[in-house]
Design a protein around this ligand. Structure first.
Ligand code: UGA
Length: 459
């Protein structure tokens, strides 16, 4: 099918490239002409594993083109809207970019258009879009508006696109539903070649859920809020574990073994970040308020998350006492591994707070160091985890990149000034670290008591 994608950001570019990989003819546009030129020249605007190869392959074959917005609107029958919906000062989503795209479509397009809302938007946005298009149309445009929320995670977006748990389509016309089925048919029928794993064994069923547009929009906000709630819940339980002398890893395992709960999103730490959970949670609270519902539960989820950073900083201060002039190594800046995204990353808040107390930060991240250095110029940007550790009084692990789990602790012991490690993601092996003389502080473990217990259990 001929498909246009408006917005070449994280969601738009991933969607455009993956739809081209499925065999569709895709035109991708963005109001940032510089970004389109960059893509034409073969440069990626952000890092996402496997995306560059898919983008380049499909651009080279002509399946993916970068075009002006007019061409995108005029030439394709299906138009995905993937523009940003950033938060306003009051927490509501700013829908002005979506409104502008809709007006443009109404002015330019003629014949039938399937307009697919992919950006995360408040409930009833599709309904408003439909009315809005009707108000501005000028060329005999016939159209359907569909809500098709995206559930991609940064860092694993390609795998998520090709192997989703579900595809949700909110639509109120048969024609729209049939076209959406056609677009996603290769994924639902598993008839595509997986670009990530050459011998892909993922044959889990993909649910294709058709709803009304309001419900589809709510699925997105409710899903992100529910996941955020799981994280804040486990973080509170981890505080209790620390206070009462229990081990959160075991508690989370025990909870997650209940199939009704499941093990995912029960990893405690320094709190959730990124451009989705914090903003979607706030927006959802505002949306609920608009409809007269006080979603107090989600306000608590937000508050618990906000307190994670200070709790972690307090732990560091408790051990180091005075921070002024002390070198602290920070491993990991991105809000999660396998991305260079630092938006709303808890690591940056932690660093800012430590710098305020006079600490000197030596930071390393496999992908996000340049972005972070621009954001916080005071940090000393290091080329490796070992360089960051040189002369440090403590190592703070803030993002669970794979390479940190492979670190050589014997070598690190020779580099640091004081062998102290704060594992903000519980991803290190405490036995291995303590065996090399480091003092280890995880999240939600009654410090050494838990380490000693697992050592005994292992013996
Ligand atoms: C999230 C959702 O998982 C996607 O389904 C959704 O499409 C996306 O938002 C979006 O709305 O665009 P993402 O923000 O990329 O995806 O990352 P997640 O893997 O969900 O992680 C979010 C944050 O939660 C990270 O800071 C991560 O470190 C934290 N987290 C996650 C925990 O602290 N504990 C966990 O157990 C899981």
């Amino acid at each position: 099918m001929e498909i246009s994608v408006i917005g070449a950001g994280y969601v738009g570019l991933t969607t455009a490239a993956c739809l081209a990989e499925l065999g569709h003819e895709v035109r991708c546009t963005d109001n940032d002409a510089e970004k389109l030129n960059m893509l034409r020249a073969g440069h990626m605007p952000f890092f996402e594993p496997h995306l560059d190869e898919i983008v380049k392959r499909n651009f080279a074959s002509g399946k993916l083109q970068y075009v002006a917005s007019e061409e995108a609107i005029l030439q394709s029958q299906a138009i995905f809207i993937c523009v940003g919906t950033p938060p306003l000062a009051n927490g509501e989503a700013d829908l002005s970019a979506i409104e502008a795209v809709a007006r443009n479509i109404a002015h330019l397009a003629h014949g039938y258009r399937l307009i697919i809302e992919k950006s995360t938007v408040p409930v009833q946005t599709a309904r408003r879009l439909k009315q809005h298009l009707g108000t501005y149309l000028s060329n005999g445009l016939d159209y359907d508006v569909v809500s098709n929320p995206e559930f991609l995670r940064e860092g694993s977006a390609i795998g998520d696109f090709f192997h989703p748990d579900r595809i949700v389509v909110g639509a109120d016309s048969r024609r729209a539903i049939a076209l959406m089925k056609q677009i996603y048919q290769p994924i639902v029928e598993k008839s595509f070649r997986c670009p990530v794993h050459s011998k892909c064994k993922n044959d889990a069923t993909v649910s294709f859920l058709v709803t009304d547009t309001n419900s589809a929009e709510l699925v997105k906000h409710a899903s992100n809020s529910f996941l955020a709630m799981k994280i804040s819940f486990i973080n509170m339980v981890s505080d209790l574990c620390e206070a009462a002398g229990a081990d959160i890893e075991k508690v989370a395992e025990g909870i997650g073994l209940d199939r009704r709960i499941g093990p995912a999103f029960l990893q405690p730490g320094i709190g959730f970040g990124g451009f989705c959970f914090p903003k979607d949670l706030q927006a959802f609270v505002r949306i609920a308020e608009t409809f007269g519902c006080d979603f107090a539960l989600l306000k608590d989820v937000e508050n618990i998350n906000r307190a994670r950073v200070q709790r972690f900083v307090a732990k560091v201060k408790k051990e180091l006492w005075i921070l002024r002039g002390k070198k602290i190594a920070v491993w990991g800046l991105a809000f999660k591994p396998n991305t260079d995204d630092i938006r709303f990353a808890p690591s940056l808040e932690i660093i800012r707070s430590l710098i305020e107390s006079g600490a000197r930060i030596r930071a390393y991240d496999p992908q996000a160091i340049e972005r972070a250095k621009k954001e916080i110029p005071e940090i000393v940007a290091c080329d490796s985890l070992y360089q960051a550790a040189e002369g440090a009084e403590a190592i703070l692990l803030l993002t669970e990149w794979g390479e940190f789990m492979e670190a050589d602790w014997a070598r690190l012991a020779t580099l640091v000034d004081r062998p102290l490690v704060f594992d903000g993601r519980n991803c290190l092996n405490p036995q291995e670290v303590t065996a090399k003389g480091f003092q280890y502080f995880g999240v939600g473990t009654a410090s050494m008591a838990a380490v000693e217990f697992s050592q005994t259990a292992a013996d």
